[in-house]
Design a protein around this ligand. Structure first.
Ligand SMILES: NC(=O)c1ccc[n+]([C@@H]2O[C@H](COP(=O)([O-])OP(=O)(O)OC[C@H]3O[C@@H](n4cnc5c(N)ncnc54)[C@H](O)[C@@H]3O)[C@@H](O)[C@H]2O)c1
Length: 350
């Protein structure tokens, strides 16, 4: 880390999600955006103009800049590991978009590179910072659910062929995955964060409506190590628009449903004698965000900055981001073999 007062950022990849990175960085008082990079020069130049940063067209050049402390990576998912490893080797802290990699082997290489080079790694699962999810997590940590029985992560969104045709990497096996790996990974991360380690997985995927290589619909059942059952429903085929991203958590003395368009609104909050609390929670609800990316990018970036400044651990370090990836890869394995899969998965060779 530089000895300057501000932490200096470079953003790699200037596509759809990148404004969430650049605008969050610009809004944080002790953060500075120095550089942006895209292999498409016009995109890098546009961002550079808009955010008063230096444009780069090759991330290796950006990584040579000594004053950059942190890079955020928002390129196609299949490139996250290589870029993250190069950043770690250049001594930069790494914030990587989800999924952190497309294979466990690559995820492990990235985790290892950050460890060996003494830099921090955070995976961008910004929904962990939604107010509704923080409230739910606090109730869970306080033990208010009693014995957890079951939960469900539901994503009912619409991605038409116009979305998949925006870029050639979308919906592909090596660069993106399908609705589980791209859209549902946030909610799968939340489900496993609430219920803990997974014992075994069974699921089906299908490519029902879109002309893409990977799945647009999936259903899966998880058995958690604590005995609870988890259900996953994921679809990018919902007619005619995004309906919901919902997380359900049920236990012997608690029922919570967080829905809205992107797990942003508490819909059910039931604990013993919780009527007053319920009223307060419902009164303080945020509106639906303007898009499914929500509002969490700023907080997860601030969390990483704090981890760097205090030599702490970011909220979603690499080891944590790896967990949802492993569950999804296990579902893909079930689809191939027709058999339930016991975790941990053995990282396969490329
Ligand atoms: N956290 C979230 O909610 C969220 C939301 C959307 C996307 N994402 C993730 O962010 C990543 C990017 O998604 P997107 O929708 O912005 O994609 P996108 O295609 O709109 O943007 C990716 C950009 O990266 C550029 N690029 C490709 N290779 C590069 C390289 N080697 N160096 C520099 N730039 C390169 C492309 O030219 C493109 O401009 C994906 O991993 C996706 O899963 C996360």
């Amino acid at each position: 880390m530089s000895s300057k007062e501000k932490l200096v950022f470079g953003v790699i990849g200037c596509g759809r999600i990148a404004p969430k990175h650049t605008e969050s960085i610009m809004a944080i008082p002790d953060a500075e955006l120095a550089a942006v990079c895209d292999i498409l020069p016009e995109r890098a130049d546009d961002f550079a103009r808009k955010y008063n940063a230096q444009p780069y067209y090759d991330y290796h050049e950006l990584l040579k800049r000594e004053n950059i402390d942190i890079v955020t990576i928002a390129t196609p998912s299949g490139d996250h590991a290589e870029i993250g490893i190069a950043a770690a080797q250049a001594g930069k802290h790494v914030m990587v978009e989800k999924p952190m990699a497309m294979t466990l082997r690559d995820a492990d290489r990235l985790i290892q590179a950050c460890r060996e080079n003494g830099v921090k790694l955070a995976v961008i699962h910004q929904n962990r910072f939604n107010q509704s999810i923080k409230t739910l997590r606090n109730a869970l940590v306080e033990g208010r659910f009693g014995k957890l029985t079951h939960g469900q992560a539901t994503v009912r969104w619409n991605r038409g062929m116009d979305y998949y045709q925006q870029a050639s990497w979308r919906g592909t096996k090596l660069q993106d995955g399908g609705v589980l790996m791209n859209q549902s990974i946030h909610n799968i991360d939340l489900l496993q964060w609430m219920f803990g380690p997974v014992d075994s997985v069974f699921g089906y995927t299908q490519t029902a409506l879109r002309q893409i290589e990977m799945e647009d619909v999936a259903g899966a059942v998880l058995r958690f190590k604590n005995g609870a059952i988890g259900l996953i429903e994921a679809a990018s085929t919902i007619y005619p628009k995004n309906i919901e991203e919902t997380l359900n958590v049920f236990g012997e003395s608690g029922s919570v449903i967080v829905g809205g368009i992107a797990v942003n609104r508490v819909e059910v909050w039931e604990f013993p004698e919780s009527a007053e609390e319920q009223k307060q929670i419902f009164a303080a609800q945020e509106n639906d965000p303007p898009n499914v990316y929500g509002f969490g990018h700023r907080e997860i970036i601030e969390d990483m900055m704090k981890a760097i400044q205090t030599d702490g651990i970011p909220a979603v370090p690499g080891e944590e981001g790896r967990k949802a990836l492993e569950i999804i890869l296990a579902i893909y394995q079930c689809q191939e073999t027709g058999q339930p899969v016991k975790l941990p998965l053995v990282p396969c060779q490329p």
